[in-house]
Design a protein around this ligand. Structure first.
Ligand SMILES: [Zn+2]
Length: 321
């Protein structure tokens, strides 16, 4: 078991009660953004349904052990390639095939679709038949951000379980345990708003170092900094705007509360304080709102060069003493 609590105990207890009473649903929808927590929860549920030991969190029975290792034959994960843009019909065919077969050894076969919002329309239609009348002895779990991420015809047949994000403090602890420095862990936990997978990804991409480079460049010369993103594509430009908005929100937060504890970029509190002290709340708010509007125009396919120039001018103006 991980030393920091990864599993939402309240939800797990609900599952355990369902298992105990023999009344559980066939199809579940795990909603919310925190994927790591969904995985832990689905795994714990699968174990509760099939454990041959005491079904405790640290059970080492052959079923629980193999489920953790990913070698239990009646527990199937789909959509495991999180980089893939879609879950294709081939995976659904595989699922339907396994669904119709008798289990190797499980009491209940478990099927988990990670990132099920990536199921293509064709794949969802193919799923529908299985969801309508699943054979007994199966549990199917879809991980989705929202209940609306799948066709109504699927979600209306599923029981929704809202899986909350981690408290930021928990994400921070986990990251520190994984060897990340305290100051970086603190930033990643705040910036990811308790989404562990996002925080880990950001660490992998060295976002902590990168964002500090960005901040330094922005403050030194906004126009040059933003000019550097010319021709990098819409996704990169969206990313830099998310950064600008997040950073400006920190200035706004500091201006309103005078408390560095509330900042996402707490590691740059000194600079935040310095910038915020030179402006009143209204002028920071104006900058914040203008950036938000320009970002919207990116989504409406505005000219990319223009939006970068606009943001550059706004920031040059803002930083002028
Ligand atoms: Zn067990």
């Amino acid at each position: 078991m991980p030393s920091v609590e990864l599993i939402d105990q309240k939800i797990l207890e609900r599952f355990q009660k369902q298992v105990h009473s023999g009344k559980w649903a066939t199809t579940y929808l795990f909603t919310g953004k925190e994927v790591e927590r969904k995985k832990e929860l689905a795994l714990a549920f699968a174990k509760a349904l099939n454990c041959t030991g005491k079904a405790s969190a640290d059970c080492h029975c052959s079923v629980c052990r193999r489920m953790t290792e990913g070698t239990f034959p009646d527990l199937k994960w789909y959509g495991s390639d999180e980089e893939a843009a879609s879950i294709k019909i081939a995976e659904v065919r595989d699922f339907r095939n396994w669904l119709s077969l008798k289990p190797f050894e499980a009491k209940v076969k478990i099927f988990i679709f990670n990132g099920a919002e990536r199921l293509t329309a064709e794949a969802q239609n193919a799923l529908l038949k299985s969801i309508e009348e699943p054979p007994p002895g199966n549990v199917i779990i879809f991980f989705v951000p929202h209940a609306k991420s799948l066709f109504d015809t699927i979600t209306s047949r599923a029981m929704e379980v809202k899986v909350p994000a981690f408290p930021e403090e928990t994400v921070k602890k986990i990251l520190i345990q994984e060897g990340i420095s305290k100051v970086e862990a603190d930033f990643l936990a705040r910036a990811s708003q308790g989404e562990l997978a996002r925080a880990r990804q950001a660490h992998k991409e060295k976002w902590f170092l990168e964002k500090n480079k960005w901040i330094d460049q922005l403050v030194k010369s906004p126009a040059d900094f933003l000019d550097g993103f010319q021709g990098q594509g819409r996704e990169a430009i969206r990313e830099v705007f998310d950064f600008l908005i997040e950073w400006t929100r920190d200035l706004l937060t500091y201006c309103a509360t005078r408390d560095a504890e509330n900042l996402i970029h707490m590691d740059r509190a000194e600079l935040v304080e310095q910038l915020a002290s030179k402006h009143d709340f209204e002028s920071i708010l104006e900058l914040f709102e203008s950036l938000g509007q320009i970002k919207k125009s990116i989504d409406d396919y505005a000219n990319q060069k223009l939006v970068l120039t606009q943001a550059g001018i706004l920031w040059e103006h803002f930083l002028k003493p």
